[in-house]
Design a protein around this ligand. Structure first.
Ligand code: DGL
Length: 273
């Protein structure tokens, strides 16, 4: 069971969900946040559906055991298969894809680009959702990037690594931006907003849609509506759990500008065959 004092859970395959934490800390500074990054198994986007479901289920149980009052699935790839797991969670669940699609549809652009993991791309979930939600006819071009999330995960703050990220971004985005001339681009993997500065530099003037902003707004609406805002006087704290490298996660949290990090702790990874 959960109440006003319960934390908000945020999960991802890696540090990508830090882009969502960042927005939630800005909008809801009084909330305690519990983060789970499955660093041992990133990238999820190159796995099959059953493996992703099993790994997601492991993280859902972690959050369920800690009684979170809302769960932000800050991973587009897991969001693609959320319908098959939603009954395992007793609090409201917020999907990165739903947030990104709603934000894109609201722009009323004629041609929307989406970059994502290969799994998200193959699922076609973004084109379907944006076209359903959009009030006018919209063309949606989707591009699956096999290496980008992993590169971002390990490259922040490292000039050589960031050069590889930018080379990869150019390779993936050039056709969509320079040839097909999309009006905007949805960052359909939570790792990508962490390198939004690079994308802006490579493609000045291209509007970027970060689903994290919409997720934070949806969370706020829910907490306000249900009277579940944390009443504590001071600001909330962030506790990070990872199945990966604790020191690397602590460094990334600082680089991304996360605040009030109470601790970064190791959690044993699920064993996958
Ligand atoms: N950050 C995740 C997403 O939003 C996926 C990265 C990965 O593990 O492939 O899809």
């Amino acid at each position: 069971m959960f109440d006003q004092h319960s934390p908000v859970g945020i999960l991802d395959s890696g540090i990508g969900g830090f882009s969502v934490v960042r927005q939630v800390q800005r909008l809801l500074p009084g909330e305690d946040l519990l983060y789970f990054g499955d660093g041992a198994h990133i990238p999820y986007g190159n796995h099959g559906e059953e493996t992703i479901l099993a790994m997601a289920g492991y993280m859902f149980r972690f959050m369920e055991e800690r009684g979170v009052k809302a769960l932000l699935v800050a991973c587009n790839t897991i969001s693609c298969v959320l319908d098959r797991r939603a009954d395992e969670i007793s609090c409201p669940v917020f999907s990165a894809v739903q947030a990104g699609a709603e934000a894109a549809a609201r722009l009323e652009a004629g041609k929307v680009g989406v970059i994502s993991t290969v799994f998200t791309h193959n699922s076609r979930i973004y084109p379907r959702k944006i076209q359903t939600l959009s009030p006018r006819k919209v063309v949606v071009l989707s591009c699956g990037c096999p290496d980008l999330a992993r590169l971002v995960e390990h490259s922040l703050g490292d000039p050589a690594g960031m050069a590889l990220v930018e080379e990869n971004l150019r390779q993936e985005l050039d056709p969509m931006v320079r040839v097909d001339r999309v009006d905007c681009c949805v960052l359909g993997c939570t790792h990508y907003p962490l390198v939004a500065d690079s994308i802006h530099r490579l493609y000045p003037g291209l509007p970027l849609i970060d689903p994290a902003e919409e997720m934070a707004r949806s969370l706020k609406r829910y907490l306000d509506r249900e009277g579940l805002n944390n009443p504590q006087a001071g600001p909330g704290a962030l506790t990070v759990y990872t199945t990966g490298d604790v020191a690397e996660y602590a460094l990334r949290a600082r680089q991304v500008g996360l605040e009030r990090v109470a601790g970064v702790e190791f959690y044993p990874p699920m064993e996958i065959a």
